[in-house]
Design a protein around this ligand. Structure first.
Ligand code: TYM
Length: 336
């Protein structure tokens, strides 16, 4: 008997420079996953329209993001890499799902509450797209009959919403949508800000010292790690304790994720060293890792015609799948 592989979908919003949080929370898993699943990796450009900044080039950012997908080891011969706006079915399904979603459930979305209250120049416009965003995300996922969605912890609530919408429609019209399951790692699913380790590291942070960007130059990385907040215990103690030691725990999670070593093994190995020694070990490893990634990134980034070819071929394959789901729901709804 031939068992077909499960479908896996993930995406990144090209709304700014990618961070080590994006990599650790989701992208680092993608290349391994290609062997076990039918993978679709999407550049969620329509999501980026919720943020308007005239100094920002969405076009560049989309191509940057595809280059990072490739640099992280995603192989377009094994996975579908595509740009969301190249597959119009995302927006079409979005409208349908809107009509099966409740205003009150969207009001409960933590990401929306955070984004609408951020008081900085980057996001001071609470547009309807920002509110509606989780439903577009539900469309992304449900369009492909997705089984698994690897994401960081901040996206968990959006996937629960996706399941609720799918359940609601399935209850009315029969089994139309597969119920997606989030894949969230125990460690690394929420990398925190370097200076404020109780706050998520985010692309849009105005304080760039909080964030390691994947394209940061090495001296900046070393300096940012050196300045990262630890704690005021009299003796340095490297251990994982989110409550009492959020800064050290965060550095441990970063270190563990890029070395592929378990957090508890690292804590054992690092016993007795000072915080400053620990930081220089972390920045050494992180710098080596980033140099390698950047080298690969630039190789792809300078070849725009290749990036476009990957995206167009990906969109063609994605559309074939997307049309099937859209036809199925249109038929059930009585759209002729
Ligand atoms: P975005 O672009 O904000 O983030 C992309 C992915 O990175 C994860 N992430 C983090 N993980 C760990 N620590 C952090 N500090 C951190 N910051 C971000 C996010 O959880 C995410 O997995 N709405 C999504 C994009 C999207 C999507 C989808 C994802 C659109 N459609 C469908 C999955 C399925 C977003 O804005 O992610």
């Amino acid at each position: 008997m031939i068992l077909s592989k499960s479908i896996l979908f993930s995406a990144v919003q090209p709304s700014g420079k990618l961070t080590i949080g994006n990599y650790i929370g989701t992208m680092r898993h993608w290349s391994k996953m290609q062997n076990d699943y039918h993978c679709l990796y999407c550049v969620a450009d329509l999501h980026s329209l919720t943020i308007q900044d005239k100094n920002f080039s969405l076009r560049e950012s989309i191509l940057d993001t595809i280059s990072f997908y490739l640099a992280c080891g995603v192989d377009p011969n094994k996975s579908i890499i595509f740009i969301q706006s190249h597959v119009p079915q995302h927006s079409q399904l979005n409208w349908i799902l809107n009509c099966f979603s409740q205003f009150s459930e969207l009001l409960r979305m933590t990401q929306f509450k955070i984004k609408k209250t951020i008081k900085n120049n980057y996001i001071k416009n609470t547009n309807v797209g920002l509110f509606n965003y989780p439903i577009l995300m539900a469309s992304d996922i449900l369009l492909y009959q997705t089984n698994f969605v690897p994401v960081g912890r901040d996206q968990k609530q959006h996937i629960e919403l996706t399941r609720n919408i799918a359940n609601r429609i399935n209850a009315l019209y029969g089994n139309i949508f597969t119920l997606p399951v989030p894949l969230i790692s125990k460690y690394g699913s929420k990398i925190m800000s370097l200076l404020e380790p109780r706050k998520k590291m985010s692309k849009s942070d105005i304080n760039k010292k909080n964030v390691i960007f994947l394209l940061d130059d090495i001296p900046s990385v070393v300096l940012k790690i050196k300045n990262a907040v630890t704690d005021s215990e009299k003796l340095s103690r490297i251990c994982f304790d989110l409550e009492k030691k959020p800064g050290i725990s965060n550095l441990l999670e970063i270190f563990s994720s890029i070395t592929n070593k378990e957090v508890h093994i690292l804590s054992e190995e690092l016993k007795g060293i000072t915080y400053s020694e620990f930081k220089s070990i972390v920045s050494d490893h992180l710098s080596k890792f980033l140099l390698q990634l950047q080298k690969s990134y630039f190789k792809y980034r300078c070849n725009e015609s290749y990036l476009k070819k990957v995206a167009y071929e990906g969109a063609f394959k994605a559309q074939l799948k997307a049309k099937q789901t859209l036809n199925k729901i249109n038929l059930k709804l009585g759209l002729v």
